[in-house]
Write a protein of this length. Structure first.
Length: 403
């Protein structure tokens, strides 16, 4: 019985940590100026877009089409597709669009991290200022490159664009994802103004100086979190560029989403376990950055957060645990942060009432997310990568019918 209060107290500490970090950041913003001003770049940087792709014949053409439509001088950027252990027409489609394609055949080392490490070792990185990693199932806004270039010089920093949902109007699941993407944007705004690093994900822009110094050493199930943790501990700046928009296809069914969520969770927990000692010992970052990085690595997603709070509150009163009222209040208070961001995001949604209606799916979605959380335990350790199922965008289907 002693273990239950300890588990509940640990849950409270983990769930409250992001809010504590945000309050600290807000205090910094109120007490000082914007800590990351951007002077106009002297010249446009040279950019290398890497598109890792494993059997992405369904979506890669739309990705490459969006890169061809960038409003950026063609002599200042290049696009390279990494066809990683493909058994479909990915490489042929890439070459048909006129971009360079590297084909990797190493079935014993599958996955995006290995493909990127393989490509980085073969490309003339010193010729470029930064490498941008754009997944084959995403598209970018025409102003994507120009927005990132506004943060130049880029060689010694990392940038994260605004990740939006390409298919937010498909159903309740994708509409909720769109709202939560906007909520994440709001959190990143605060971090940037407070001078804190933001987590990296699809579309990350890594300076070639950073790669020359630190290399590509992320090979976990969640390489994005591994990069964020290791570079943050090393004192590398990870800035946020909200004007650079990238659009990713969100899974539109629970079945389609399951393996993706399990992989992300398992990878994130593994990264937290392996990198937190280095973050805490680092002399290159301040205490506020350590606090925020640990908050990011340990924080569950909003739906899991809600489910954990509900389960812990029920456990608090069923046991019953000492200080049950205080524990319940603290658990409930931890929901203020995600709830605040979500409400603000709903207000800025293109279709706010439909987005709000989508959250009626939450009572079903939350238990399912808790179930996938338990399922992620099966993926802990050195387990094989499982590819997320893709689907043809509705717009593409409509265009095909029009033809």
């Amino acid at each position: 019985m002693i273990a239950v209060p300890l588990i509940l107290a640990l849950a409270v500490a983990i769930l409250l940590l992001p809010m504590v970090s945000d309050l600290t950041s807000a205090a910094k913003v109120l007490l000082g100026p914007d800590r990351r001003s951007r002077p106009a770049p002297a010249e446009l940087p040279h950019l290398l877009f890497l598109v890792p792709a494993h059997n992405e014949e369904l979506l890669i053409e739309s990705c490459l089409r969006s890169l061809r439509c960038l409003r950026y001088p063609v002599e200042r950027f290049a696009v390279v597709v990494i066809a990683d252990n493909c058994t479909d027409r990915t490489a042929a489609i890439a070459r048909a669009t006129g971009v360079r394609c590297l084909e990797r055949t190493e079935p014993e080392r599958p996955g995006k991290p290995g493909a990127l490490a393989w490509a980085v070792a073969r490309l003339p990185l010193p010729e470029y200022d930064a490498v941008l990693i754009v997944d084959a199932d995403t598209t970018v806004d025409p102003g994507f490159a120009s927005a990132l270039a506004s943060a130049a010089p880029l060689r010694d920093k990392v940038l994260q664009p605004y990740n939006d949902v390409a298919n937010r109007s498909d159903n309740a699941l994708t509409r909720m994802a769109g709202v939560l993407a906007t909520a994440t944007c709001l959190a990143f705004r605060l971090k940037r103004r407070a001078g804190l690093n933001v987590p990296v994900s699809a579309g990350m822009c890594i300076g070639t100086g950073v790669l020359a110094t630190h290399g590509w050493n992320a090979f976990s199930l969640s390489e994005d979190w591994e990069i964020y943790a290791s570079l943050t501990a090393a004192g590398v700046l990870i800035d946020y560029v909200e004007a650079a928009h990238l659009y990713a296809q969100e899974a539109r069914s629970l079945h389609q989403s399951a393996t993706q969520r399990q992989r992300w969770t398992a990878g994130k927990v593994a990264v937290l376990r392996h990198t937190s000692p280095g973050l805490l010992r680092s002399r290159r970052i301040a205490l506020s950055q350590k606090l925020d990085a640990l908050a990011e690595l340990s924080a569950p997603g909003p739906a899991v957060h809600l489910g954990v709070v509900a389960a812990c509150c029920a456990l608090t009163w069923l046991v019953p645990a000492p200080g049950a009222t205080l524990l319940t209040l603290a658990l409930t208070a931890s929901l203020l942060r995600p709830a605040t961001y979500t409400v603000i995001a709903l207000g800025s949604d293109p279709e706010p009432w439909r987005a709000l209606a989508a959250f009626s799916f939450l009572p079903l979605y939350t238990p399912w997310r808790l179930w996938t959380l338990l399922g992620s335990l099966r993926m802990m350790g050195n387990k094989p990568w499982v590819r997320t199922e893709r689907h043809v965008p509705r717009r593409a289907v409509t265009d095909a019918h029009d033809l």
